[in-house]
Design a protein around this ligand. Structure first.
Ligand SMILES: *Cc1c(COP(=O)(O)O)cnc(C)c1O
Length: 393
């Protein structure tokens, strides 16, 4: 299996040729039930007809003009995302890491524009994941991601304990913001307590720092609300988005209040491809579907159904499944056997799932998945788990 592709991923030997909803077909004609959705990217499933139509229509008209000119689809998507959220402004880019980099820059410039340029530090959390650029690996402080890449970027203060006292202790007169995922995805589907998140909001207000949410994975309906922080009833100052935003087309965004965004004036930040007409056609089409009345309630209902079925699975396989966690269709199974072995067993059942930290099997299917497909997924997980039943936990 030699390949000219740089082997930065431990890839499985599967090549998919086409997809439909929650199903993928390999070049060998074998079908797989997809509970990864491209790691929470293909929010509406593969080849959703509304998104395909929007993209192909745009592809025949105009691909790219640069942000030197107004882009109609960008203005429309910005307005719709702001109308549906706390935000007044949107900046479009191409990935989650780029969105987080921009969010960090925005927070620094906010203070700089107010004459407090020494306020540049950001408080971040153990178990976090914010991307793979030099700044975002330093923000997350995962030693595996930092090793060998030279000195850490300055400007991040890490809190190892999820307590408000620990956060307050980390906030100094140099703090520009606090950056947190409402649910840590890569970290192991670790759901942040609503009281903790509300407490961060209060701390940010008390100390005049900006609260930044990384909703790259949790946003765009994944948890059953358009944005996960809505469950906790508070709003951030800045939020990063990507993954589900384009339904599979690469696009990221920073959303912010007018006040928080005030430092990013003309010439201070840019992205060549950011918010180009193709990406915006996909983003607007995805939003059309997610904002349809009842869509998000269905995500919540299916998420509860899925978790209930997984709780039954845990009872049947007590030596295999330790805990079911998550919200909406962002679900994790904390396992007793190595999660990498479970991924192999699940793949053998022609189902796709992805690992996360803390030995968690991550299950993030398309938001459009049906009840029957959820049942089928649970049956396949049941058969995969059975291979480990005899082992000691
Ligand atoms: C995936 C992810 C990122 C990084 O996104 P990329 O598009 O890979 O750069 C950042 N933050 C969170 C929470 C993510 O899940």
């Amino acid at each position: 299996m030699s390949s000219a592709v740089l082997p930065t991923y431990a890839r499985q030997d599967l090549v998919f040729e086409r997809g439909q909803g929650a199903w993928l077909t390999t070049t060998m004609g074998e079908r797989y039930l997809d509970f990864t959705a491209g790691i929470a990217v293909v929010a509406l499933g593969h080849a959703h007809p509304h998104v395909v139509a929007a993209l192909t229509e745009q592809a025949g008209k105009l691909w790219h003009t640069s942000n030197l000119y107004r882009i109609a689809g960008q203005e429309r998507l910005a307005e719709r995302l702001c109308a549906a959220s706390f935000a007044d402004r949107a900046f479009f880019c191409n990935s989650g890491a780029e969105a987080n980099e921009g969010a960090i820059k925005m927070a620094r410039r906010y203070h700089y524009a107010r004459g407090e340029g020494d306020r540049y530090r950001v408080v971040t959390f153990a178990g976090a994941f914010h991307g793979r650029t030099l700044a975002t690996i330093s923000a997350a402080n995962n030693p595996k991601h930092l090793e060998g890449f030279g000195p850490k970027a300055d400007g991040f203060d890490h809190v190892t304990e999820l307590s408000l006292a620990a956060v307050e202790a980390a906030v100094t007169p140099q703090t520009a913001g606090i950056l947190v995922e409402p649910i840590q995805g890569e970290g192991g589907i670790r759901v942040m307590d609503a009281n903790f998140l509300q407490g961060l909001r209060a701390l940010a207000d008390k100390h005049g720092v900006l609260l930044m949410l990384d909703e790259v994975q949790t946003g765009m309906g994944r948890t059953g609300k358009l944005f996960a922080h809505e469950w906790a009833g508070f709003t951030p100052d800045i939020m990063s988005l990507a993954k589900g935003l384009g339904g599979g087309f690469p696009v990221g965004a920073i959303l912010a209040t007018e006040a928080a965004a005030a430092g990013l004036t003309a010439g201070t930040h840019a992205s060549t491809f950011g918010g180009n007409p193709l990406a915006m056609a996909c983003g607007n089409a995805v939003l059309d579907v997610i904002l349809e009345p009842g869509f998000l309630d269905e995500v919540t209902r299916k998420g509860l159904l899925f978790k209930q079925r997984l709780a039954e699975l845990k009872d049947r396989h007590p030596n295999v499944i330790e805990e079911v966690r998550g919200q909406g269709l962002m679900v994790g199974l904390k396992l007793k056997p190595a999660v990498s072995e479970m991924v192999v067993a699940v793949t053998a059942e022609h189902m796709l799932a992805v690992t996360a930290g803390e030995n968690v099997l991550r299950l993030v299917p398309a938001l459009t998945i049906s009840d029957d497909e959820i049942s089928e997924g649970v049956n396949r997980l049941d058969r995969a788990a059975a291979k480990f039943d005899g082992r000691r936990g």
